[in-house]
Write a protein that binds this ligand. Structure first.
Ligand code: ADP
Ligand code: MG
Length: 253
């Protein structure tokens, strides 16, 4: 079995009396597109929050490229090579497109006031690296020509792509996309799909949560299905489409 880039080993998180994620096991192979689907409240975003260190699991382990990350802080996890977008757009509308991407790399430089003093001459080189990475990410999401526009003036589909650009600029190996196609029109979804494929071709691994079944079935190598915090099915798009447990979860038992 090839080494997994990401491994969830019996991961559980409880919020008070609620078990939001319940003994979930998952292995994602490098270079693949994995989807996570399931009804609202199933625990999908919580799994992303666990992977990115927003919450530590109540029990279980998360491994990234063989290293345990489940006790690390979010900025350390970003540095190791995991980036994400959020279910709801988190842009600074009154800042430019370029600045929205640059701000995502703050962990490269943001070591506070003392850090800035000690860094001295290095600051210029870092600023240049950040600018280059930002422009490259914008180019990938075909937004480079809009770099000086205010984020709030972009059409909705481009705002969502801008968030992906911000994540890409941190130079991740694994990118988590939480409902990237939500609210997009069919044309915007089509564009997004080809861009996600392009990201995969560059060698990145993609883990996405998405409700649009056509989108998921077209794009994913494998799909995991979550219901009430439990993984109820996993397999190829063809296998998932005919799985009785999945159909029951979606139609209501
Ligand atoms: P999904 O993304 O699949 O729609 P979520 O992961 O957002 O679902 O939520 C799963 C469950 O966990 C929901 O019942 C939600 O209310 C609960 N939950 C998520 N985060 C918290 C939190 N920080 N505190 C308490 N409950 C939470
Ligand atoms: Mg969610």
């Amino acid at each position: 079995m090839p080494e997994a880039i990401l491994e969830l080993d019996n991961v559980t998180i409880r919020f008070g009396g609620l078990t939001a994620v319940d003994s979930v096991n998952m292995r994602i192979e490098p270079g693949t597109i994995r989807a996570l689907i399931g009804p609202n409240g199933a625990g999908k975003s919580t799994i992303f929050n666990l992977i990115t260190g927003i919450y530590p699991p109540t029990s279980g382990n998360i491994l990234f490229m063989g290293n345990k990350i489940s006790a690390l802080k979010p900025h350390s996890i970003t540095k190791m090579g995991i980036a994400r977008t959020f279910q709801n757009i988190r842009l600074f509308g009154e800042m430019t497109v370029l600045d929205n991407v640059k701000i995502g790399q703050h962990c490269r430089t943001c070591t506070g006031f003392m850090g800035a003093l000690i860094r001295g001459g290095k600051a210029k080189a870092e600023e240049k690296a950040i600018l280059e990475a930002s422009l490259k990410a914008l180019q990938l999401m075909e937004l480079e020509h809009k770099k000086d526009e205010l984020a709030m003036n972009l059409p909705y589909g481009e705002q969502r792509r801008l968030e992906i650009a911000r994540a890409l600029a941190t130079d991740p190996k694994l990118i988590l996309l939480d409902e990237p196609a939500a609210g997009m029109n069919p044309q915007e979804k089509q564009t997004l799909m080809s861009m996600i494929r392009k990201i995969q071709e560059m060698g990145l691994t993609i883990f996405l949560v998405e409700h649009d079944m056509k989108f998921v079935m077209n794009l994913s190598d494998r799909i995991a299905v979550l219901d009430y915090g439990k993984k109820i099915a996993a397999g190829s798009p063809a296998e998932i489409q005919k799985d009785p447990a999945v159909i029951a979860a979606y139609l209501g038992k």
